[in-house]
Design a protein around this ligand. Sequence first.
Ligand SMILES: [Zn+2]
Length: 107
Amino acid sequence: MNTNQTREILLSKQRRLQRRVSMIDLDFRRERDDDFEELATESENDEVLSALQNEAIVELEQITKALHLLDCGRYGKCLDCGQDISKERLQVLPYTTLCSKCASDDS
Ligand SMILES: [Zn+2]
């Protein structure tokens, strides 16, 4: 996979996530007092939405970092141990900044 392809993949994922984040934002701002009986469900939805929101924000941060690394030619190297990240791993997680070993040490 060359740099341009990787950048395209990262940018399109970034756009998708940004769209998701702004849609969830809109949903949060919607009027909530139309129907009181729905409030319980609404707050459960809020939890799910905010989890999705957080997940998207974390991924966006990773993508921004990966794009930066791509720009300075350090993409594909583990930020923790400096080893090359395997091609297979980058294909599955193009925005990862850790090799599989360091990522599993982390969790
Ligand atoms: Zn590593």
